[in-house]
Structures are given as structure tokens and as C-alpha cells.
Design a binder for this molecule. Sequence first.
Ligand SMILES: Nc1nc2c(c(=O)[nH]1)N[C@H]1C(S)=C(S)[C@@H](COP(=O)(O)OP(=O)(O)OC[C@H]3O[C@@H](n4cnc5c(N)ncnc54)[C@H](O)[C@@H]3O)O[C@H]1N2
Ligand code: MOO
Length: 432
Amino acid sequence: MHPMNLALADIAAQLDGYDPQALPVDVAQKFISKLLPLPQQAERVGLRAALGRVLAADIISPLQVPAADNSAMDGYALRASDLAVEGETRLRLAGTSLAGSAPSATLAPGHCQRIMTGALMPPGLDTVVPQELTRVAGDSGEFIVISPGILRAGDNRRLAGEDLALGSVALAAGRILKPADLGLLASLGLAEVPVWRRLKVAIMSTGDELRGVGAPLPAGCVYDSNRYTMWAMLERLGLEVIDLGIVRDQPAALRDAFTRAAAEADAVISSGGVSVGEADHTKQVMAELGEVLFWKIAMRPGRPMAIGRINSGEHQALLFGLPGNPVAVMVTFYAFVREALLRMSGASPDPLPMLRASSSKALRKKAGRTEYQRGIVGRGQDGQWQVDITGNQGSGILSSMSQANGLVVLGHAQGDVAAGDWVDVLPFDGLI
Ligand SMILES: Nc1nc2c(c(=O)[nH]1)N[C@H]1C(S)=C(S)[C@@H](COP(=O)(O)OP(=O)(O)OC[C@H]3O[C@@H](n4cnc5c(N)ncnc54)[C@H](O)[C@@H]3O)O[C@H]1N2
Ligand code: MOO
């Protein structure tokens, strides 16, 4: 059965260590990985529009690259068998091979040809001597002299197909196309590629205390920052964002927003209302519109989270109900949502790179939960990676997240960290 059709209770029953009241991060990640629908619709786009998109099919090389043997240097093409075993080699110069020019005629033994980088190797010649390693001789410069021992057969020659062989998989389906990939596709002469449709993700902030930027801020209210961080994190992933705005904590308003999200989007991310607060109708409306679980994850920040599916007629969207605290939104996004959305987009993402860095300070850490602490990682005086925690780690303190350039990830079983201990750091570069 397609995992999308498995009931949430069936997924839970398959997982060791599933406890919705104290769910280890890795079990939550495994659960989510079993919920994800696969992409259905592909489209063809031009090369430039393909940057950051997910390849929908393997690209089989229609050519060999390079198409023929050619020179890697400006110099002289020769036969290695003409090189003298001892003493200088003296070869007679015959013609020139320029990049883009047609193959030249076969040269007689003892001859060489002037050749430029990228020019076709003349037939039978197998080696190139760079011009700076030669001396010109003869009354009208008709000889090239090469010192002994500076060349081996095949030097400075690029072989046909050494970059890409004809019929090989040049790029595999699931790849998120990056600059080098666009160049590689162009080197194959391809003007268009098949990519999966961009995933549509609806976002909303829930809470009566929230006000939009630019509006006055009455006592007891806060500006809605979460929609901006959520939008930015999704933009960085190249996804299509549907911004449903701030949604009041009223059943009708919540019902409208979630129903619209389920109708229009592949996934919906909300912030707030998933803890145990009094005024919250969010959980009740989520449960009413679909199949939703409310987890307490053994992590900090980011303890409460809702996960499931919500429906609107035939349409269904995956729901990530993230906690309202601004840093919890970001940490849960990177711990659970990012990879899920990439997989739903058809991508096979590599795991995020982790550094090992020594902690410049002692850190308090409770075993039995995963903690993500904000830090600044850099080279210490000894040249090794070192990380400094950026002040107040409260889950509402966005400034310490903004100052950070990485997250220190302290695993589930880990206890206190002493100054100088090595810890895992997830660098933000390229991520946030
Ligand atoms: N008795 C308990 N109280 C709380 C628990 C708990 O387990 N028991 N969990 C705490 C944790 S941990 C978190 S995280 C929060 C999550 O609560 P909610 O998801 O219900 O979020 P809210 O109560 O709506 O908001 C929490 C906090 O974040 C501010 N917020 C919310 N949305 C935004 C936004 N879009 N932009 C900026 N700031 C936002 C909100 O004003 C609150 O200050 O619950 C703890 N409590
Ligand atoms: O989930 Mo909460 O982030 O620890 O404040």
C-alpha cells in the first residue's frame, strides 16, 4: 500500500520507541518519512529555469564529452614513440591544430604539430608538450627541441568520453540542480530538462496576539515574525509559498484557512496553538479536518508539534503544526520539515553536513532529549573548529538565532558538556 494511504496509527504501530508523549527525534523523523506522498507531475523547463529544481528523470548522456581526443595545453602534439630515450628530442614542425578546426592529416614519424588547448589531436599523435617546455630551432624555426625526461606518453591529452561516456547516467533523477549541473547539461547540448512540479506549501501564523508588520502594536500583542522566517526557509528550498496570513484563534477562521490550504497546497505549515493553552482552537480544528496526531517531542526547543493530513474534498495536504515560539519554529523546520518537503518534491537530499567543534564553554544538557543550541562556529587559535553559544537560549529569543551561524546538536543520550568537549555543529551556510 502507498504510504500516503497508511493510517497514522498503522505507521505508529510499525515504529519501535513510538511514544507520542515523549517522542525521540529520530523516531519522529522516521514516522514522517513514512507519511510522504511522492510527486506526480513533471514538466519540462529551460536550463536557467531549472536551477534549484528537482530532476524528474535520469539524464542519459546523448554524446560523449569530450567528443574526441583533444589537447589540454597550448604547445605541440607529438608521438611519444618519437621521444628520444636519452638526450634531447628534435621534431620537425608541420602545421597547426586550432580549437574548432577540422582534424588534420596524419603526420609522418619525427614530426609534431602546433596545437592549442581544446584542439583535436592529429591522428596518431598521443602526447602534448606545453610550449614553455620547448625550444624552437632551425634557420626558420622549423624544429622543436624537447629536453629529456619531461614527458610521458599521453601527457596533456584529454580523452574522448573521459568526462561523460555516451549512454551513461549524467545526472540521476532526484537531483536538486545546482550551477555545475546546468553547465553539465549544457555540455550535453540539452536546452530543456524534465523536473518535478514545484511543491506548493501554505503557511499561516495562528494566535490572537499577533499583528502584522506595519500595523500598530496594542499592549499584550506581538508582531508576527514566524511567517517571515517560514517564508524565507521555504524560499531557500525553492518551493512555492502560499501565504495565508495571520489567522485569528476562532474556529471559523481556522477552518477556512486550513481548508483553503488543503485545497491549494501539497503541505501546510502553521505556527502556534499546538501546546496546551486555554484559548487555542487550533488543535480542535486540525483534528476535525483530518487525521492529526499531537506529539510531545523529546527535544528542545520545539516540544509540541502536530503532524498529519488535512482534507478539503478530494484534496489532501500534509500538515506540520509547528510550535509558536519563534526559535522552535525554525528548529522544528530543520529537524523535520525541510527533508520531508524535499522528498515530497521528488528530491533525494544528502544528509546535512555536520562539523565537529570543541565547545568553548561548558553546556548544561539533560540526557533523554535532543537539544539544539545556537552557536557561532569558527576556527580557534589552534586552527580547529570551535563553537561559542550565542547567549540566551530561550525558545522565544530570536536574536540569539540571528547571531548564530550554526546549531550545536546535542544527541538524545548526551549529558552535560565540559568546556573543550567536541560537539556536533550543523552549519547554517547554504541552509538558512
Ligand atoms: N503548560 C505548558 N505550557 C507550555 C508547554 C507545555 O508543554 N506545557 N510547552 C511550551 C513550549 S515548549 C512551547 S514551544 C510553546 C508552544 O505553544 P504553542 O504552539 O501553543 O504556541 P503559542 O502559545 O501560540 O505561542 C507560543 C509563544 O510564541 C509566540 N508566537 C506565536 N506565534 C508567533 C508568531 N507568528 N510570531 C511571533 N511570535 C509568536 C507567542 O506569542 C507565545 O509567546 O508552549 C509552551 N507552553
Ligand atoms: O517547544 Mo518550546 O520551543 O521548547 O519553547
